[in-house]
Design a protein around this ligand. Sequence first.
Ligand code: WTA
Length: 650
Amino acid sequence: MPDRTIEALLLEERAFAPPPAFRQSAIARDERVYDQATKDLQGFWARAAEDLHWFAKWRTVLEWTPPNAQWFVGGKTNITYNCVDRHVKAGRRTKAAIIWEGEPGDERVLTYGDLLREVSKFANVLKRLGVKRGDRVTIYLPMIPELPIAMLACARIGAPHTVVFGGFSAEALRDRINDAQAKVLITADGGWRRGNIVPLKRNADDAVAGTPTIEHVVVVRRVGDAAPIHIQEGRDHWWHRLMADASAVCEAEQLDSEDLLYILYTSGTTGKPKGIVHTTGGYMVGTYLTTKWIFDLKDDDVFWCTADIGWVTGHSYIVYGPLANGTTTVMYEGTPDYPDKDRFWAIVEKYRVNIIYTAPTAIRTFMKWGPDYPARRDLSSLRLLGTVGEPINPEAWIWYHKHIGGGRCPVVDTWWQTETGMILITPLPGITTLKPGSATRPFPGVAAEILNEQGKPVGPSEGGYLVLTKPWPAMLRGIYRDPDRYVKQYWSRFPGVYFTGDGAKQDKDGYFWLLGRVDDVINVAGHRIGTYEVESALVDNPAVAEAAVIGVTHEIKGQAIAAFVTLKEGFAAGSEMVETLKQHVVKKIGALARPEQILFTGELPKTRSGKIMRRLLRDIAEGRVLGDTTTLADQTVVQALKQRYEEEAG
Ligand code: WTA
């Protein structure tokens, strides 16, 4: 993102008011919602909750003893009931709930009626396997309909799910299963990616060899004879066999609003991923209302969020948010370039998609491929565009607006996190005047501020730490089985307020401009990766003595991983070692964490107390003039390293 210097951003003067026709028919079009929500936060969220079904109404909207929030306390509900049964009962049995586009040749449409049947059957399957309310179920599946079906079935019986992205390695899967102490694992024989097979079951077998809590593995048949697998009698069961004789009737459990809905693992600033905990009622209301207002969902809209359900974006904006609204949600199994680089636009054309929600890294890729690919297809059904996952550079925003949105569709740049559960900083497309590159302003009722080191609010155009000062319904309730880390990670940097880990500025109009992470988390193509995780993976290799990992600017991915590595005595540096170490990281974590560059060095720059000075490594990698080096133990190390880096970079 070469043009994302704050100076350039704050000079960004292009502004896009909502098109009049869009504004007139928008669901949220009255500016006063902001004031109303600020004045009466609880009333605001209670009104949203009243749109949904509760077996028993809440006693109290919010109980807030920082950092612990409880929403809709005393309420009894079920998110699956709200996402499925509610719509069937309201006469939408035959409406398309999920449109699934598989790798070429495959497609499947599930109506709300179909979804109710499949989810109920699988809920009964889970019960038959001994899953009870409160038991954790790990889901490791490709982007196939069984994934949302399994999630909704878990939620129906009150068994928290924990979805692990299919791109994670066996070891990453094992660690997540063990942290969650899951009883059942749901996987597939394989997944399709660009015509190749991803060996999910093989990874699952390797993982389960080290997971004492897993009693059963359910296997969806996706690739079949293309990749035969081993079925372990008694432990492994084919999905279709279990479903064949399962009853299609299963009442939704009446769950407490604060019952655990799911755990989703995300990278933090230590080696161990954090299990982010989301609960039922608040998450349901938060994703329901944000989807409705930000994406301006109308009854006959077709909504497509291009994320993988293995990430929070897919949880909230492919599954729960859209289905809570009774929307038709699209899910796509494959990649944007297979069989050709117009695949996304072919899908928009085929299903007459009205709203598309994707990531800046994808948009920058499309820019590189050029406007002819979208121009081949009829994109006239689109009326709203969204982005998420990383800061969007104004250039990419403008390209998206012009070449995908035909200049007529507002672009909602939505800032949020796994922890926040729902979008928090975003335009409302019928109200907000857009500025390319700015996520604009907090959603009604959301209180965001920017603080300096001392915890004092910064002035306009001054950079600082983005914090949230009031609770919101979909906020995380903790880190699974680690309450101390929850407090330390999020609520201690500035006592009593939520620390996002992001830097931001506000311009003179109060618009927020996100500046990226301020901690040791890097954002590679919209995926969060902790530098410590990659470092741990590297030093796990017998050849490596020490490693330091940083994020470097990358034109398409936003950031890429660069690793500085010191080898042990007797191991030779060179391109072979580079390849070995890259492969090692892939094996430990998954392809998403593969370092882009590895540089060998005799020593790493350290302070006198032995702390690696990543800031200097970043300066070196970005080709900047070296910052303050006075605290370095050995001044020559960094100069030599800089020289090496420049030589290697050519
Ligand atoms: C970044 C993804 C700028 C940010 C939903 C955040 C963004 C992290 C935006 C969370 C945006 C997400 N503008 N930065 N619109 N959206 N981010 O947990 O650094 O995978 O902290 O959640 O992505 O990533 P996560």
